[in-house]
Ligand binder design. Structure first.
Ligand SMILES: Nc1nc2c(ncn2[C@@H]2O[C@H](COP(=O)(O)OP(=O)(O)O)[C@@H](O)[C@H]2O)c(=O)[nH]1
Ligand SMILES: [Mg+2]
Length: 306
């Protein structure tokens, strides 16, 4: 049942990708699906577009698609916005905001909703991203509603978090209260065509000035006029691929552990090592000093099993 679908996926059949995404979003056969995916040749740049409802995430995502295509990169969009579920009437609105590009092989757009709501969908997000990445898209845009510090979970899954803020009508800075600024790698002051933009920018810069550590770039952007869209993509591209870096670090730790295990097996029966173990067992050498000496013995042992 799954095998033909996975085969079509490997043939880059977009319908198969859509079907598999639906299965994974429902938590069905996830493990079998992931096991059947081809290995990813090149990691995608995964960008989350987040912010409060109505800030213009879908509109901006639509503009970013066009900008990314201008740079000849393929792009997939996963819209995890409860206000634009597949079955909901809001989808037509999103289709309008996010042109569907039916004739362009380099664009794939999918709205996702899970039976268990957004929480359930978040749990399936790693597998959903893996599916899209494995299909070979170069950029993945993830539209999610910013719900505050809870977004840290999403942050770990993506390379870049773009936070959208807009001129506020009242004095209440909802985004500040929700701790949204903390998750941002880039801040897009959206709807920059609106009159309140100067005040909004001053508020954001003031809030950032109070926070410790490096502050993210703040850009004025308007999906309505196109202002700042190209700059926003440049800012996104300039950031390192965080997931890639983490993967490398994990890989290095794994290799080091394996290396140490092999070395230890080779070294433990040698005279310097047995002497050290004896001195430690009888309390002649403290544990920390013994560990250091053991590490030295391990690193001095010949590199003959590489
Ligand atoms: N003035 C202005 N309105 C915008 C802009 N982008 C989107 N909107 C409007 O903001 C509303 C919400 O947009 P939408 O993309 O659905 O927001 P989302 O809920 O964050 O996905 C819609 O009525 C859009 O027409 C913009 O750049 N300027
Ligand atoms: Mg939306």
């Amino acid at each position: 049942m799954l095998a033909p679908l996975l085969e079509r996926f490997r043939q880059r059949d977009r319908l198969a990708l859509a079907r598999l995404l639906s299965l994974v979003a429902r938590g069905e056969q996830t493990e079998e699906i992931l096991a059947g995916l081809p290995t990813t040749a090149k990691p995608a740049r995964v960008v989350s577009i987040t912010g409060p409802g109505g800030v213009g995430k879908s509109s901006l995502t639509g503009k970013l698609i066009a900008e990314i295509r201008r740079h000849h990169l393929s792009v997939a969009v996963l819209a995890c916005d409860p206000q634009s579920p597949l079955s909901g009437g809001a989808l037509l609105g999103d289709r309008f905001r996010m042109p569907a590009h039916p004739d362009d092989d380099g664009v794939f757009i999918r709205s996702l909703a899970a039976a268990g709501g957004q929480g359930a969908l978040a749990a399936h997000l790693p597998a959903l991203l893996q599916l899209v990445e494995s299909f070979g898209f170069e950029v993945i845009l993830l539209e999610t509603v910013g719900a505050g510090q809870g977004d840290t979970a999403v942050r770990a899954l993506v390379d870049v978090v773009v936070l959208l803020l807009q001129p506020e009508t009242g004095d209440e800075l909802q985004w500040e209260k929700a701790g949204l600024l903390e998750v941002a790698d880039v801040i897009a002051l959206h709807k920059a065509d609106l009159p309140g933009i100067d005040r909004a920018e001053a508020q954001v810069l003031a809030a950032l000035g109070l926070s410790a550590g490096p502050t993210p770039p703040v850009l004025r952007v308007s999906s309505r006029t196109g202002q700042g869209i190209a700059d926003l993509w440049q800012a996104i591209r300039a950031l390192p691929l965080r997931r890639g870096l983490r993967r490398d670090a994990d890989e290095l730790f794994r290799l080091t552990r394996e290396w140490l295990a092999v070395r230890f097996a080779a070294v433990r029966a040698t005279p310097p090592c047995t002497a050290l173990l004896d001195r430690w067992r009888t309390g002649q050498v403290r544990t920390e000093a013994a560990v250091r000496e053991l590490l030295r013995l391990l690193s001095d042992s010949p590199l003959d099993h590489d």
